[in-house]
Write a protein that binds this ligand. Structure first.
Ligand code: FCB
Length: 453
């Protein structure tokens, strides 16, 4: 355990992350409207085993016990998302106060246990009514998002001090609108490019709304980012890696921090140009208080005949998602993002691993690979801080095993095991490792102060 390194600032936040549709359940309760994920899950063949978030972890009812677990873990911060269809069941129009009441109770419960709420406004559960009217391919959805943001911030802004507008706009735009593997299940690249622009635009508008309502709030966004390594040092592979970096990382970071789309992505630029209205890029580039970084793996890229090809490094360890375990990718990523974009602060808003956990005869869940993953990635964060990256916190994905989108319940990312038939929570060994790690970090300054004084 790295008890002696001092690279984590004393006010570094240790957290865990979740998302509404993946944990809440209570899909029909208290006036919640239909989301694109409800519709997608109900469409045969879309989600493994026909699973859905209808019940999920039932966090909606069990959150007081889950907050107790967070306290036992010693969390400083909890990242959750707000379900838009609970607040505005048809996306726009009358506010459903009962939906807001749930988050009101959750925030109070967190604060009562001394846990800082990090609220994400959008983690992919668009109200179905908006999708029916064009969804994120339409500028109207970006306008609707600002109305929704206003309703949420007006209610929670007196207590929530950290806001994340969007989770992983690349994933939602591409996997949801071009590949069709996520809700809303569209399969058009044009739709994906439009969705990406409108997500970014709505981010900028939401920042304005949050700043106006709560001037002291810290505002950021949490894109998925991954460092792209060329498979060799040939100019072809290097160009292929740069292209992958452009499509996944710079496509979002450049507009957010520089107010431009990357000039080298010509085809994409041609597709996005007709969508960009005067002032959009200035709106998107509104100064942020922090950048959230969601990271799980790196890319290794070679130049294939039809464009960049992702290589699998056979000798590496891979998680149950088939994702390569490569902690230095996180280190490189944090250093590079800091150097190229100078965000005032960074939170690692998601990082973690799925493994095929089982509860064994002693009633416990032994997950040494997850502990090793967390330990090595936290060490990578520490190295990045040593190299000047302004990282202020780390959120493990995820607190609980949960609904992993198109994989349903087949992938377990939690540091707490969820026994789905009974919904019983069983902290895994990695939970106890993280608890002890956080406790050591928290005690070190106090102990050294006492020793000094
Ligand atoms: C990210 C998502 C999160 C979870 C993890 C494993 O892409 O933001 O909801 O599914 O991956």
């Amino acid at each position: 355990m790295p008890t002696h390194d001092t690279s984590f600032p004393l006010d570094f936040l240790w957290g865990a992350a979740t998302a509404s549709y993946q944990i809440e359940g209570a899909a029909h309760e208290d006036g919640r409207g239909e989301s694109v994920w409800d519709r997608f899950c109900a469409t045969p063949g879309k989600v493994r085993n026909g699973d859905s978030g209808e019940r999920a972890c039932d966090f909606y009812h069990r959150y007081p016990d889950d907050v107790k677990l967070m306290r036992e873990l010693g969390l400083d911060a909890f990242r959750f998302s707000i379900a838009w269809p609970r607040i505005l069941p048809s996306g726009r129009g009358p506010i459903n106060e009962a939906g807001l009441d749930f988050y009101d109770r959750l925030v109070d419960e967190l604060l009562a246990h001394d846990i800082e709420p990090f609220a994400t406004l959008f983690h992919w559960d668009t109200p179905q009514a908006l999708e029916d009217a064009g969804g994120w391919t339409s500028r109207e959805t970006a306008k609707a998002f600002t109305e929704y943001t206003e309703a949420v911030v007006r209610r929670l802004g007196d207590r929530v001090r950290h806001w994340i507008t969007h989770n992983e706009p690349w994933v939602h735009a591409w996997i949801g609108h071009s590949w069709g593997h996520h809700a809303p299940g569209r399969t058009s690249e044009t739709d994906a490019v439009a969705a990406a622009h409108h997500l970014l635009l709505s981010h900028g508008w939401a920042v304005e709304v949050i700043r106006a309502a709560t001037p002291d709030a810290q505002v950021g966004i949490a894109p998925n980012l991954a460092h792209a390594y060329p498979a060799s040092d040939t100019p072809e592979d290097e160009a292929a890696a740069w292209q992958v970096d452009g499509e996944g990382n710079r496509w979002f970071l450049d507009p957010l921090f520089r107010g431009t789309y990357p000039a080298d992505l010509l085809e994409r630029n041609e597709m996005v140009a007709p969508l960009v209205e005067d002032g959009d890029l200035a709106t998107i580039a509104a100064p942020l208080d922090f950048l959230g970084v969601n990271n799980y793996f790196r890319f290794v890229v070679s130049a294939g005949a039809d464009g960049p090809r992702m290589e699998r490094v056979e000798e590496s360890q891979h998680t149950d998602m088939g994702w390569e375990v490569f902690p230095d990718g996180l280190h490189q990523l944090l250093v590079r993002v800091s150097r190229d974009y100078s965000p005032p602060a960074i939170y690692v808003t998601e990082n973690g691993a799925a493994f095929g956990d089982v509860r064994v005869h002693d009633g416990h869940v032994h997950d040494p690979e997850r502990t090793a993953y967390l330990e090595s990635h936290i060490a990578a964060v520490s190295r990045a801080i040593g190299d000047g990256a302004p990282v202020k916190g780390y959120f493990v994905w995820s607190l609980l095993d949960n609904f992993e989108w198109a994989f349903g319940y087949s992938k377990r990312f939690g540091i707490v095991y969820v026994d789905y038939p009974t919904l019983e929570r069983v902290p895994k060994d990695s939970f106890y490792w993280y608890r002890d790690f956080i406790a050591t970090r928290a005690q070190t300054p106090r102990a050294s102060r006492m020793a000094a004084g």
